[in-house]
Ligand binder design. Structure first.
Ligand SMILES: [Mn+2]
Length: 426
């Protein structure tokens, strides 16, 4: 009989909110519970597909703040699989290593949690079926600077070998280096399938006559940095030892960046209609239950000043548009649109002169640099720990973020001054 299993990783259950933009309590609530809802969906998928096993390649939890409630939830969900006769194979990831309660948690008998020594666990199958072994090892420390592949047992001859490994592979932006190894290293093991975890973006390396290597990605995005449809991987090992993979979508809320070209719009109601059309179109293509969009406004419009000055009014209008569409949210709006290249942009316009004064006499001076750095430091100290990377990961990132904020500030001040001289919205 064919052997079918769902492969997932990086569940990050009850991950704290990572975006400052989720100030809307209802949206914050949705994103706050989304990792759990997506995990329930993953379990539902296992049951609907009547798979033989679930394979989880690390980072079930989000770290040291994991509560007993989170662990209990996980055990309950695995209990649903246990009741259906579905086995679960789990290794721990770098985030799980930080959790203090996982070792104490009692899991159903059908859950195989690999410990610090490598094991090759045979899957219970009838004598006529192709034998299958599932290999795994959990590393106890949150840091693993060296490859863990050397710890694994060799491929069991005559068997289909599946390896579960938490690894940063050759390295990925935004992900800690953890148990690095290369695709070639993985292939050299002769295993038929490598069930990886750690990198939150899905990638598949599949060629004939060599290992199929899958990084399934996170099953539920947690902020705009994890945009797009998220899924788990359904693997089938056929009787002739052929292996096929399919994707099953799990996101409850899907983050998407939407560019809104506002070129040539001259009236405020036209702008709102443009928002409405863009969001409705995205809503109809996104399959997840909720769409969480970040809008990026681009193009040239005489409304650019108003958009900057009245962004609070625009937000209220956007919330109304979202309510009308339903299951649609705007988490933030980035304003990249500008005034047409005439009128106030003319060289002799007082605001053009003011902009050049701000740029030459203020921005870029050491005194301004010191002051803005002090403000940023004070603000960062007041933020919860998970938001402290809001201004980048290092000094260069901080400088770039502050420069961008200063540019935004100039545009905002000039917009208010300009709009103050106009008749206002029509
Ligand atoms: Mn990880």
């Amino acid at each position: 009989m064919a052997f079918r299993f769902i492969h997932s990783a990086d569940i990050h259950l009850d991950s704290p909110l990572r975006s400052l933009a989720l100030r809307d309590p209802a949206l914050a609530d949705l994103i706050g519970t989304a990792t759990r809802l997506a995990f329930v969906r993953l379990i539902d998928t296992c049951l609907e597909e009547r798979v033989d096993a679930l394979v989880l390649a690390g980072d079930l939890y989000d770290g040291s703040q994991t509560s007993m409630k989170t662990a209990r939830f996980l055990a309950d969900q695995m209990g649903r699989l246990h009741a259906a006769g579905i086995c679960t194979f789990v290794i721990r990831g770098n985030h799980d290593a930080l959790s203090k309660i996982t070792p104490e948690l009692v899991l159903p008998d059908s859950v195989k949690l690999y410990r610090g020594h490598a094991e090759a666990v045979p899957v219970q199958r009838s004598a006529v079926d192709v034998p299958i072994h599932i290999h795994g090892v959990s590393f106890a420390q949150p840091d693993a600077p060296e490859s863990l592949l050397g710890k694994y047992k060799p491929a069991v001859a005559g068997s289909i070998n599946i390896g579960i490994l938490h690894t940063s592979l050759g390295g990925a932006a935004g992900h800690d280096r953890y148990a690095p190894c290369s695709i070639a290293d993985l292939r050299a093991t002769g295993f038929e399938y490598w069930a990886l975890g750690h990198i939150h973006l899905r990638s598949v390396d599949s060629r004939a006559d060599t290992s199929t290597i899958v990084m399934p990605g996170i099953p539920q995005g947690r902020d705009i940095g994890e945009a797009g449809a998220k899924s788990v991987t359904l693997v089938t090992i056929h009787d002739d030892r052929r292996l096929t993979i399919e994707e099953r979508f799990t996101s409850v809320a899907q983050f998407e960046r939407l560019t809104v070209d506002v070129t040539a719009l001259t009236e405020w109601p036209d702008l709102i209609r443009r928002f409405s059309r863009t969001l409705a179109a995205a809503r109809s293509t996104v399959k997840a239950e909720h769409l969480v969009a970040r809008l990026y406004l681009t193009g040239q419009t005489p409304l650019a000043w108003l958009i900057r000055r009245d962004r609070d009014v625009m937000r209220t209008e956007l919330d109304r548009v979202c309510e009308t569409i339903g299951t649609c949210w705007v988490e933030s709006v980035e304003i990249g649109c500008t005034m047409p290249d005439r009128g106030p942009a003319a060289p002799d316009h007082p605001l053009t002169e003011l902009r050049s004064l701000i740029e030459t006499r203020i921005i870029g001076t050491p005194a301004f640099g010191t002051e803005i750095a002090e403000i940023a430091e004070e603000l960062l100290a007041q933020l919860p720990p998970e938001c402290r990377k809001a201004f980048g990961d290092d000094e260069a990132g901080l400088d770039a973020a502050l420069t961008a904020l200063a540019d935004e500030g100039i545009a905002d001040v000039l917009a208010r001054l300009h709009a103050g001289t106009e008749a206002g919205r029509t």
